[in-house]
Design a protein around this ligand. Structure first.
Ligand SMILES: Nc1ncnc2c1ncn2[C@@H]1O[C@H](COP(=O)(O)OP(=O)(O)OP(=O)(O)O)[C@@H](O)[C@H]1O
Ligand SMILES: [Mg+2]
Length: 235
């Protein structure tokens, strides 16, 4: 077996006295789409922020492409080929759509995802390139956030709550764009509230419950009962 693309081992995380992650271990293999599900407050965002260098872990290790990246800064992690579409999008409100996209190219690597490529994926962003990002609808802002992450040409892209708060028609558009994004060697972690969606786009799934991995399995064969138990802690 080759090394996994990403491997987390024994990860703990705290916010002050509060412990948000307890010994979390996960792997992402090359070319894989991994889903992470879990109730509000389970620790999904904390885990994504750990991987992308936005918070420091108190224990454990994160290895990416065989290299220990625990303790690296976010920009150093981006240089290695990791990018995140963050929860709540976190666009720069004073910048235009195009300026927000170009920010993504300032970190990370060179590659096929240029401004032209992102505009071809989401043509509405070209039309609206000169308006402030905050003038867009929620769904269009999510497209900017995805585009910005792509502009750093990641090898592994993390989506934290890809469809939360978006209209169904927009969710459909964004999911329709996913195969054009992933594939050609890119791997992905998708954090998703909608369990059916999460299972339908991923090869494997992990469930987090109160900071711990409560379930791991193949998305196609995992049972609904096991998911309910792992998600809600109901016996
Ligand atoms: N900045 C913070 N300061 C203190 N506690 C925090 C902070 N961020 C998160 N937490 C707490 O850590 C726990 C895990 O939060 P996290 O945001 O990782 O969960 P989540 O699974 O992403 O939830 P959601 O589905 O609501 O996005 C929660 O109990 C949360 O209240
Ligand atoms: Mg979250």
């Amino acid at each position: 077996m080759p090394d996994p693309l990403l491997q987390m081992t024994g990860l703990d995380a705290h916010y002050g006295d509060f412990q948000a992650l307890y010994g979390v271990g996960m792997v992402v293999r090359e070319g894989e789409v991994l889903a992470i599900i879990g109730a509000n407050g389970a620790g999904k965002t904390t885990l994504m922020r750990s991987v992308t260098g936005l918070i420091t872990n108190d224990a454990g290790q994160i290895r990416f492409k065989g290299q220990d990246i625990s303790g690296l800064r976010a920009d150093q992690v981006a240089e290695l080929g990791l990018a995140m579409v963050p929860e709540g999008r976190q666009l720069f409100p004073s910048l235009t759509v195009e300026e927000n996209l170009l920010i993504g190219a300032q970190t990370g690597r060179k590659g096929p995802w240029t401004l032209e490529a992102v505009n071809a994926l989401f043509p509405i962003l070209k039309e609206r390139r000169a308006v402030p990002a905050t003038a867009l609808s929620g769904g269009q802002q999510q497209m900017v956030a995805i585009g910005r992450a792509l502009m750093s040409n990641p090898e592994l892209i993390l989506f934290d709550e890809i469809s939360l708060g978006l209209a169904p028609i927009i969710i459909r558009d964004i999911y329709a764009a996913l195969p054009g994004i992933i594939g050609e060697g890119m791997s992905a972690i998708i954090v998703e509230q909608d369990i059916s969606k999460a299972l339908s786009v991923s090869g494997r799934v992990y469930c987090l419950q109160e900071g711990r991995v409560s379930l791991e399995g193949a998305s196609a064969t995992i049972s609904r009962e096991d998911i309910s138990r792992a998600y809600f802690g109901i016996e």
